[in-house]
Design a protein around this ligand. Sequence first.
Ligand SMILES: Cc1cc2nc3c(=O)[nH]c(=O)nc-3n(C[C@H](O)[C@H](O)[C@H](O)COP(=O)(O)OP(=O)(O)OC[C@H]3O[C@@H](n4cnc5c(N)ncnc54)[C@H](O)[C@@H]3O)c2cc1C
Length: 399
Amino acid sequence: MSGIKYTREYDVLVAGGGIAGVAAALASARMGKKTVLVEKTIFFGGLATTGLIIVYLPLSDSRGNQVTFGIAEELLLESIKYGPGDIPHDWNNPETRSRYMTRFSPAAFTLALDKVLMDSGVELWLDTLVCDCVMDRDRITGVEVENKSGRGLLKAGCVIDATGDADVAYRAGAPCVEQDNWMSIWWMEASLDKAEEAVSENSGAKLNWDRRLGGSNTGEGMPEGMKKYSGTDGREVSEFVLHGRKLMREFYEKEQSKRGESGRKDIFPMTLPSMAQFRTTRRIDGIKTLRNVDFYRHFDDCVGMVADWRGGRDVWEVPYYTLVPQKVKGLLAAGRCISTEGESWEVMRVIQAAAHTGETAGVAASMAVDNDTTPDMLDITDLQNELLRRNFLLDVGNI
Ligand SMILES: Cc1cc2nc3c(=O)[nH]c(=O)nc-3n(C[C@H](O)[C@H](O)[C@H](O)COP(=O)(O)OP(=O)(O)OC[C@H]3O[C@@H](n4cnc5c(N)ncnc54)[C@H](O)[C@@H]3O)c2cc1C
């Protein structure tokens, strides 16, 4: 603890200001808790903004039923407040198989997130890295942070790990699982073709154009012979990022050479992701793990639902104990680092699911503080009653 230059105390501390962290902090602050949100970059939104992942996946199943509500829906609408969107008007028509989702501009979404967070009264710390945990035996009581003011101690009644990589849970000693990542890169591109389309169709949305290279979520498109990368190894993170940008350079060299001697650069990179685009890194091995076969399965500790963005298996309940780590008290996980495996992870790692588990974690943390307990000891029925007041659906059998 030497070198600590400042100390602050909060009811709830949220580590990581991606979509899960934003939703968690909003939920907690709106329940009257003194809440702090700590983010290492200067943007909120994580992969959805800093990472240029611009598709807000569906709140509805493929039969036109909305299954995810609350802050997940609020943020979807915020994502297109200052920029273009394309929510299908017929998403609730079962015949069309449209979904309640949208593309958005990451810059526009960033502006909107700042406003909702500032309006909610969350204390916002940007450019601040959570770098260690403070423990009282098996209970986390705060974190150490590092920023321009030096090293500080932020104490909290309850901590939410929304770092995407379960960094806090791992450092606190909670069991975690890790998975390597396909090589892929997404970025925003300027394209004369897209600009012409935008003008001829009178559509600003056409200017919001992203280019993607490398492996898909299943590895399809991964350049042959290329290794997978670990997102929890400091050296490999740098290699992954630099390798992605090398693929981009090769792509533009090829594209621009097709344009002959005129040297016209009709397409070029406009904005690059400023955080590493790992789909898979580390997640908690929680008190409960959502398994591959758990779609359309009811759990007594259900805290809401998420639709499979790929269709098919469609609706999955979220069990509360997938947010609760083993061995460490006073801590919840939210977003892509909750306890899942394989197919269920594929469903739970995306933007609307991160907003949903974030809100749930924020509510649970707030209730744990109110009841002077830890999240693992929270009365599930009380939590579910609060979520029902938010119009969450808690039984997949009712869809
Ligand atoms: C290539 C790719 C394509 C994808 N496609 C889609 C898609 O089309 N649609 C979709 O919905 N999802 C997609 N996803 C997934 C989705 O973008 C993310 O999984 C989701 O946004 C995760 O949100 P999160 O809040 O859990 O984590 P993150 O967005 O990772 O946020 C974590 C935040 O914590 C911060 N942080 C981390 N460590 C610390 C620390 N120590 N101190 C302080 N701050 C810290 C980070 O800076 C970041 O802001 C894609 C992901 C990738 C990589």
